[in-house]
Design a protein around this ligand. Sequence first.
Ligand SMILES: [Zn+2]
Ligand SMILES: [Zn+2]
Length: 370
Amino acid sequence: MAGKVLAAVRVAPGKTEIREFPMPEIREDSALMKMEIAGICGTDVKLYQTPPSNDAPVIMGHENIGYIAKAGREFTRRKGFKEGDLVFVEHYVMCGQCEWCHLGQYRHCKYTDWRFNPDAIRYGYTSAEKPPHLWGGFAQYIYLPWNSVLHHVPKGVTPELAGLVTPMANGVEWSLFDGGVGFNSTVLIQGPGQQGLSQVVICKQAGASLIIVTGTTKDGARMQVAKTLGADHLIDVQKEDSLARIMEVTDGQGIDVVLDCTAGAGTLPVLLGVDALKRKGGIMVIQGEMAEFPNFPLGKITVKYITIKSARGHSYKACELALQQLASHRFPLEKVTTHTFGLRDVDLAIRSVGGKGVPDVIHASLMPWK
Ligand SMILES: [Zn+2]
Ligand SMILES: [Zn+2]
């Protein structure tokens, strides 16, 4: 395949340029994917404004859905994916050798961990200077080495719906696997963004008996979507005494599981979560990206026997379950996939997800061919 590939490249913090890259040579053990949908999430907002690594140019886009356009013979033989297949590619590029990889926990593999490994490969994070350059979904094609991690998109799931697989997989991982949400659980979900809304869907499906979603006054539209997806109570933390409401609707018992999906709202959601949890043995899953936490309530956490877990992406199994969830068509998820943008609108798309562009965006999909 000759020709050029167009990509939106982050060339500096908050700055994107359209650039051309050579079509990569596809050897026996690799493949090329034609991009359909790159989901944009809060991580993109953060990575766009404060890139983790120096000033290397990066093709962002880490939630990638597309068709296999070309696959080497060995790639198909070893991995079971052939030309024409619609696939979801995890952003973690694995080593395939470590214990985490054998467990399907590619997120923890050192090979993909850019925080500790300067040579790590991860879609949406890796420098576009590294051949064959196509390491991000804001492009017409991405390159798939033998150690990329792929999932088949089930029949009946469109590329756009499949674009929700990442937040939905986080929903499975954080609420079910980490939080242990199940039949009759009471759950507090903080933040009604695409992550929080996905938690609502998964908790509802798992049999939670009470789902409370908190948000701020500007979240009005998202809160209504939360209600449509199955939230029992909505709390505006700026207008109401959140803790009093939670205690009222739980008859003073408190909550089994708290899921903090506020991403960067500081220490307040954690403090509310600690107080809202039941008397003993509650679980809190937090993102915890705040640099400092003055007066961390260690005493309360000890006395209430609280377990704190860390929300860190998703496992292979969570992705598979998320795809099954999408295939069930059980929830009106078209209310979540609100906006699509073209390649030249990457900057606007990211700003919109961050609340500073097109209003009322919940989930934005980048369509590189649009
Ligand atoms: Zn993401
Ligand atoms: Zn590994």
